[in-house]
Design a protein around this ligand. Structure first.
Ligand code: PLP
Length: 375
């Protein structure tokens, strides 16, 4: 039996009645752009995260972009982002006219390296964006400490980390602003595009509400030049239904990850490292292997799909050639890009399917090596 990388159909089958009814309700009420279903989701998600305000947006990239705009970040400013992330983190910085300043990542988790943060800060730094990559919280204690000492706001990129906890508290509740994506494949995925910003700051929330809707402060009164970056009513309805299942789905993901890690650890691939203060939500289960491409082709031959997140670090993307960083500029990010392999991960995975993936990795015949990346 082939093992898909993700299976969104299995999830829909499990919650079909709730979803269909919620969508039908929006269609009946014809509140397609923002509206009551979006307001309901914003309130529910704020309560889930333990923050005062959530503002729904058109996607995760606009969530980051509007967050920066709300703090008046623009041309001449710098925003610090990790070199190993999905391109959107850097793109949002570029979209507001600021310059993304890249920092290398940690060898064990692939998250922003706080020890490299200080050196990247200048008089022009206006924000720091740690990413909770793969659903594993970034080193928030150190990052927040450095940021607070310099008076620089932290914007969490929690686009892969809905529900993850750091020292028992949900990520998305630590930064001045925190951003989420509801792209269909994310742990909390819409049936289309979606995103949100979470914050305790009422003024910033109000500014983002205005910016996402053409800068309107009242109907047809445009206080500033804004955007069309609204969350759709149907997405609000779908997300409200799915939020109730999120903790259960995340628990399943963590169980699958432990199952993988206990069996793959001895095979020579390096399994994900989870620090004690972190409760991840395993958006992606990413191992590292010296012969990553060989392993990937071998799995493909056995019907096991896998993914690469991400095969090229930000500084080596053609789009960011103008930053002027060559190969070797961020060596840890480069090694992650070279060695990372994402194995199938979704809540509905069965033991049978997990075993097929594990057998596939074992059959590749990697030589057992000591786990140098374990803490
Ligand atoms: C998905 C993602 C985004 C962007 O979200 P979109 O909804 O696709 O715009 C940003 N950052 C990270 C880390 C992501 O994984």
């Amino acid at each position: 039996m082939p093992v898909p990388f993700v299976d969104l159909k299995a999830q829909y089958r499990a919650i079909r009645q709730e979803i269909d009814a919620a969508i039908q309700d929006v269609v009946t009420n014809t509140a397609f752009a923002l509206g009551p279903a979006v307001e309901r989701f914003e309130a529910d998600f704020a309560e889930f995260l333990g923050v005062r305000h959530v503002v729904g947006t058109s996607n995760g990239t606009t969530a980051i972009q509007l967050s920066l705009l709300a703090m008046d970040v623009g041309p001449g400013h710098e925003v610090i982002v990790p070199a190993h992330t999905f391109i959107a983190t850097a793109e949002a910085v570029s979209h507001v006219g600021a310059t993304p300043i890249l920092v290398d990542v940690l060898e064990d988790t692939g998250n922003m390296d706080p020890d490299r943060l200080e050196a990247a800060i200048t008089r022009r730094t206006r924000a720091i964006i740690p990413v909770h990559l793969y659903g594993n919280p970034a080193d928030l204690d150190s990052i927040l400490q450095i940021a607070e000492a310099r008076g620089i706001p932290v914007v969490e990129d929690a686009c892969q980390a809905h529900g993850a906890r750091y020292r028992g508290r949900r990520v998305g509740s630590f930064g001045t602003l925190s951003c989420f994506s509801f792209y269909p494949g994310k742990n909390l995925g819409a049936y289309g595009e979606g995103g949100a910003v979470a914050t305790d700051d009422a003024d910033l929330a109000a500014r983002i509400r205005r910016l996402r809707d053409h800068g309107q402060s009242q109907r047809y009164h445009h206080a500033e030049i804004g955007y069309n970056a609204r969350l759709e009513g149907i997405q609000g309805a779908v997300l409200t239904v799915k939020l109730k299942h999120l903790d259960g789905w995340n628990r399943s993901r963590r169980e699958h990850a432990s199952y993988y890690s206990s069996r793959l650890g001895p095979t020579g691939v390096r399994v994900p490292v989870v620090r004690t203060e972190c409760e991840p939500v395993v958006h992606l289960y990413v191992v590292r292997a010296d012969d990553r491409d060989g392993l990937r082709a071998h799995l493909e031959g056995r019907g096991v799909q896998s993914g690469l997140h991400y095969p090229t670090p930000v500084h080596l993307q053609p789009a960011y050639a103008h930053l002027g960083h060559g190969i070797g500029a961020f060596p840890v990010a480069e090694s992650w890009a070279r060695e990372c392999l994402s194995l199938p991960m979704y809540p509905e995975l069965t033991t049978d399917l997990l075993d097929q993936v594990i057998d596939g990795v074992k059959a590749f015949g990697l030589i057992a090596v000591p786990q140098s990346n374990k803490r």
